[in-house]
Design a protein around this ligand. Structure first.
Ligand SMILES: Nc1ncnc2c1ncn2[C@@H]1O[C@H](COP(=O)(O)OP(=O)(O)O)[C@@H](O)[C@H]1O
Ligand SMILES: [Mg+2]
Length: 421
């Protein structure tokens, strides 16, 4: 078992939700250690603090998670929002302490976590590169040798001596990834913050991660983009509400996840707890039909489609937006009622719903899902990932059959050919 580099047994993480929640902030190693000492101290001082403070709500973000990762494994961690993916990565990176369980790690870990972890905001890009290298146990000479490569990769040369708190989130992520990937860690951990960067940079990062993996290093990767996870990872771990529900090949994990999403979309929306937003107004139901006098629930390419978003109330400045994703988690298109057109109108019956009408559905046959969100009072009121699922059947676009060809995209466009005689 000498090639096991990470061994996690019955790992559990409890968060105590009080009025003053600790926000994500920079934590240096010494803060983590100080926190550990503090919590140990409070346990000694007040071993029954939990019972004496019943107003606090306890929440298990991870429960009894066990797995082993071998040297050179490329592991994708997937699961819905709030499943515990980031918490797991933070524990593996020693930024968060587990409440229970044990974790053994062999080798230097470098991680790219949420923006705000890992870098000291007051220090410049240059200083943070050295700080991170030092935390990884590298000598100044070693870091110096890698320095130009990092700066080059991150494309932040001009801002090297600017405190990173002045960086845009894109710049921040670029530097953080460059540091994590170039400081020759034995284990590279990347959370989905990569999605913050532009598409070009994402591609560059994925290429770099492939290189790292090819060198036999271990990569642990979280992404909502299932296609990317499948391309990069060989193994997949699916988390649901803090527990492992699948651990196997990446295809098995992704397929289990898609089946779970499917089941969730048949659930009453108001029963879904994996949602975000203020909650003064919530999505209660999503109707999908072809509209018309005999509405059918099965959509077809080139035919009308009507998406109806029922909500629980009215607020000022309400708007509704949704994104359609293909079955691999790639976004296909986005709709936003706050971006107006002269064709929009106000519901004459004053019903509490948004209706989005599409005359010609330009999606190729296949399975799609929707992330939907409601804005109101200038804030996100509700945000549900995988809020609905629908199938598009084969239809035709103005008489031309829409034949799905796997790998050639999800969209069809009305067009005319002029061909030689
Ligand atoms: N610092 C924290 N305090 C309280 N709850 C937290 C904290 N960090 C995460 N959580 C909660 O733990 C759960 C898992 O979060 P997270 O690991 O970020 O999930 P994921 O990355 O899969 O979306 C969520 O319900 C989240 O709200
Ligand atoms: Mg996360």
């Amino acid at each position: 078992m000498s090639d096991t580099v990470i061994k996690v047994e019955n790992l559990s993480k409890k968060y105590v939700l009080s009025h003053q929640q600790e926000e994500y902030r920079y934590k240096a190693l010494r803060d983590v250690m100080a926190d550990g000492a503090k919590s140990l101290f409070s346990k000694i001082q007040n071993p029954k603090s939990k019972i004496q403070n019943p107003s606090r709500e306890e929440f298990w973000a991870l429960e009894n998670v066990s797995f082993e990762i071998k040297q050179g494994d490329r592991v994708g961690i997937i699961g819905r929002n709030g499943a515990g993916k980031s918490t797991l990565l933070k524990i593996l990176s020693r930024i968060v302490e587990p409440t229970k369980g044990s974790i053994e790690i062999q080798g230097r870990v470098a991680s790219l976590l949420e923006v705000g972890t890992g870098f000291h905001p007051e220090l410049s890009g240059r200083e943070n590169i050295y700080l991170n290298g030092a935390i990884l146990g590298m000598s100044r000479e070693e870091i110096k040798r890698k320095f130009d490569e990092i700066v080059d990769f991150a494309e932040i040369e001009k801002f090297l001596d600017t405190p990173v708190k002045r960086y845009s989130s894109g710049m921040y992520v670029r530097l953080a990834f460059a540091v994590a990937a170039h400081l020759e860690p034995e284990i590279l951990i990347v959370d989905e913050v990569l999605a913050v960067g532009d598409v070009q940079f994402q591609k560059k990062c994925l290429g770099k991660m492939e290189d790292v993996a090819k060198e036999g290093r271990t990569v642990i990767f979280v992404s909502h983009n299932l296609g990317t996870v499948q391309a990069l990872c060989s193994r997949g771990v699916l988390l649901r509400q803090g527990t492992v529900v699948a651990d196997g090949t990446v295809d098995v994990a992704v397929n289990t996840y898609l089946q779970n999403l499917e089941q969730a979309s048949f659930q009453n929306l108001l029963k879904r707890t994996d949602r975000q937003g203020k909650g003064h107004v919530r999505l209660s139901q999503i109707g999908i039909s072809t509209g018309g006098s005999y509405p059918s629930t099965i959509l077809a390419t080139g035919f009308p489609a009507v998406f109806t978003f029922h909500i629980t109330g009215i607020l000022s400045g309400l708007s509704c937006c949704f994104t359609i994703y293909d079955q691999y988690g790639q976004p296909v298109t986005y709709f936003d009622s706050a971006v107006h057109s002269q064709e929009d109108m106000i519901n004459p019956q004053q019903e509490t719903k948004f209706i989005c009408k599409i005359d010609e559905l330009l999606l190729m046959p296949g399975r799609y899902r929707i992330n939907a969100a409601i804005m109101g009072n200038g804030e996100f009121q509700d945000d549900v990932k995988g809020a609905a699922l629908f199938d598009v059947e084969q239809g035709n676009l103005r008489g031309r059959p829409a034949n799905p060809t796997v790998g050639y995209g999800n969209v069809c466009i009305h067009h005319r050919w002029i061909v030689p005689a």
